[in-house]
Design a protein around this ligand. Structure first.
Ligand code: CTP
Length: 408
């Protein structure tokens, strides 16, 4: 990452001291930091300590004659490759979401033309407040990346989400954002085939059997792998989602079509089966619309046949099996037990298991178990985008350092 620069905006909060550790880790990675310290931030960490670690000036005032003469605030906001707000307080999130510009930090955020990463830290009630969540949704809609805070005990004595993510996690996100568009990065030269979304199994020309899958998790994985440089083929059932940048999509309707398209995109290094494939399809597809028979009490029998198991078919291939085959397990009970069964039965290297009895299908968050022959790892509840990112990084680590591959 040598030669990359970030503009680090340090907001006010007990977590501000962790920005010092972040600057140190960034500089070890060859990433230079230029720092803006807010008035509230200066209550928790001094410009002297920030400046000593970053090796440069710490900017604090919007209306400073000397600072403006050296580097104007507009120039400052564009001088880096990435703007990182850490800690991002509820106040800074609110200002940025609403376009306020009444101090140096908020003005820089409004004036920048660079990607922005918000690393929130605040009291759990403030984090969960409808206003904060609304501001975050607005920021995300504006293209800002907002990390999910860690869950744990807070300085104020409460417990829940709101803690600043550990500096290692922030550093990974910064690296990912600095890596830029697909084609570069640790997975450059690797091909990944991903299945995502639901399938539709037609009964007649107007009806079909399907499920509630939104495709969010699969699309997020496709995007994360593309960001790390992989050549991503997304075989997708019908969804409302835009195809992520840098991803090649193959749109399908039925499980049989999805199976054919997945095979057609082999050989690949990585296969991730995220699709909620319909397990059965109607044995026959009526040419014309099926008609009511009249009697309200009449029972109508529907004959179903099993669909191909796409994951199993890829995971157990003799010839050109991808080096890493990853499945998902959607369970409503005994999650780990059933998922382990799928790991062996379907020839997977890893299974990502989740409990879908709640709001996972269609929702934005996910809480998963990562299961491999080496064991089971429980990841905390996080957004589907973060699950995707963490998984993509784990995949990249596997190809570059096989020692760290398995779930510990
Ligand atoms: N899968 C697949 N083809 C199918 C069914 C499932 O590729 N016909 C894949 C899914 O994409 C997922 C994994 O298999 O990666 C597990 O899917 P899941 O719905 O949890 O399990 P099923 O195999 O359908 O088993 P069950 O319904 O009994 O839990």
């Amino acid at each position: 990452m040598d030669g990359k620069r970030i503009l680090l905006i340090v907001g006010g909060g007990i977590a501000a001291y962790k920005s010092l550790e972040l600057i140190r880790m960034l500089s070890k990675d060859g990433i230079a930091s230029c720092v803006i310290l807010t008035k509230a931030g200066a209550e928790f960490v001094t410009p002297l300590s920030l400046g000593s670690l970053s090796g440069g000036k710490v900017y604090q005032e919007l209306f400073s004659l000397t600072d403006e003469a050296e580097m104007g605030h507009i120039e400052l906001s564009r001088s880096a490759d990435l703007v990182v707000v850490c800690p991002a307080t509820a106040d800074l999130l609110a200002k940025a979401a609403n376009g306020l510009a009444n101090d140096l930090a908020s003005t820089a955020l409004l004036a920048t033309d660079k990607p922005v990463l918000m690393v929130p830290a605040m009291n759990v009630r403030m984090w969960e407040h409808a206003a904060t969540q609304r501001n975050i949704a607005q920021l995300q809609a504006d293209g800002v990346t907002v990390m999910t805070p860690d869950v744990g005990p807070m300085a104020c004595g409460e417990f829940g989400p709101g803690r600043l993510p550990e500096p290692e996690r922030i550093l990974k996100e910064i690296r990912r954002m600095l890596a830029g568009p697909a084609g570069f990065g640790p997975l450059a030269g690797f091909r990944a085939v991903i299945t995502a979304g639901p399938t539709r199994e037609p009964l007649d020309p107007v009806r079909f059997i399907s499920n509630h899958s939104s495709g969010k998790q699969g699309y997020a994985i496709a995007e994360a792998l593309a960001r790390l440089g992989a050549d991503v083929r997304l075989v997708t059932g019908p969804t409302q989602l835009p195809i992520p940048e840098g991803v090649t999509a193959v749109r399908v309707e039925t499980a049989v079509e999805m199976h054919d398209a997945a095979k057609a995109n082999l050989p690949a290094d990585i296969f991730v089966g995220v699709a909620a494939v319909a397990d059965w399809r109607p044995a026959a597809r009526a040419q014309g619309k099926l008609k009511l028979k009249g009697g309200a009490e009449d029972k109508v029998a529907l004959q179903l046949v099993e669909n191909p198991d796409i994951l199993k078919s890829i995971g157990t291939r003799k010839k050109d099996r991808p080096r890493l085959v990853i499945g998902f397990a959607a369970e409503t009970s005994d999650v780990e037990k059933h998922a382990k069964g799928k790991l062996t039965r379907k020839g997977c290297d890893w299974v990502i298991a989740n409990d879908v009895s709640g709001d996972v299908m269609g929702g934005s968050d996910n809480q998963v178990l990562v299961i491999s022959k080496a064991g089971t790892e429980r990841w905390p509840r996080m957004s589907k985008a973060e699950v995707a990112l963490k998984l993509a990084e784990r995949i990249a680590d596997t190809f570059h350092d096989p020692e760290t591959s398995a779930a510990e």
